[in-house]
Ligand binder design. Sequence first.
Ligand SMILES: N=CN[C@@H](CCC(=O)O)C(=O)O
Ligand SMILES: [Zn+2]
Length: 422
Amino acid sequence: MMKKGNLLIKNAAELVTCSGFRAKKGKEMSDLQIILDGAVVIEEGIIKAVGKTEEILKQYSEENYEVIDASNKAVLPGFVDSHTHFLFGGYRAEEFSWRLRGDSYMDIMERGGGILSSVKATKEATKEELFESAMKRLDCMLSFGVTTVEGKSGYGLDYDTEMKQLEVMKEVDAVHPIDVVSTFLGAHAVPKEYKGKEDILIDFFIEKVMPDVAERKLAEFCDVFCEDKVFSIEQSRRLLTKAKEMGFKIKLHADEIVPLGGAELAAELGAISADHLLQASDQGIRDMEKAGVVATLLPGTAFSLKEEFARGRYMIDQNCAVALATDLNPGSCFTESIPLIFALATLYMGITTEEALTALTINGAAAVDRADKIGSIDIGKQGDIVILEFPSYKYIPYHIGVSTVEKVVKDGVVVFPKIEKV
Ligand SMILES: N=CN[C@@H](CCC(=O)O)C(=O)O
Ligand SMILES: [Zn+2]
């Protein structure tokens, strides 16, 4: 059980609350609900009061709390990185250089590399090795202000390795300050022996793996790589429909490389989010808006694969709720960097700084179905807070690619920088 703190943060130049308890759509994404000279009180890890410093100090005595003076600093909700594959064995640096020389991501996968090479390395890795490397990646994310992360299995594709990934994710969640939301992504790639027999693999997940994952509560979400030459719309529909019956919430890797209709399927099935969406159709975007599916965009991946970015501006103008995430993985996007995501979203996707901040806080929370608990500085939510070294959130994309985070608070406790006792 992580420690829960009693903390009072006062004199914040900007207290950027991002206030809300559900995903923000379209124009709502620009409304950050900022309190100038703001203060926030956290008791037992939960936000108790939010307001102007003067008002808060009339009601709450500083001597009952650890106090942080945030003069000349902006205070924001902790970031929610709602799409990652942070737990994996091995690396694929060689593949990166193949891509630089012109090989495509899908070609590398077709010839047995890509995801399948991470599957091999993850099968070979011990639980201890997976744990150690995952903890290191989460430490890096924490330094960027991430307080909740979604993590997927999918580098196993067999019973034992999928379970191993999910079990280690649970162990990491128990000891690391960042909260981990787990997703079962068994249907992430097709091993050689299942080529042309994808339906049999889907049956295997439905019958043999998912019931145990559900019973052992190893994952909250079920996801699928719905893509040409991976899993079809029909196979994805079958898998996710069963997943819903078993109590999983659902997500899709949708319309990343080919416009297959993944966005439409996400809306039809009532998915919590559809992710990537580089090739999502106008109809798919309209369907997602109507069905309230969060569009999770991963600009780091488009950048790393040298693809056109997803149409973030258009989606927001169509009144969608957009989230942004790193997609940290060993292949298509090996980065934990929130500043990089901010830079790409604002400079290349036509997304404003305000919208990007919403996309990484309350909408990230909505993408993991936790908008009632995290993603904003509201009374009753977890005391997950980021303090910048600068007086305004506007410095985040302006200081290009560099972290502006000075302190991170999780459940009312300062967890970054780590205070080493001497
Ligand atoms: N596109 C599919 N899956 C991952 C990549 C995983 C990998 O290349 O290892 C993604 O979201 O980008
Ligand atoms: Zn992914």
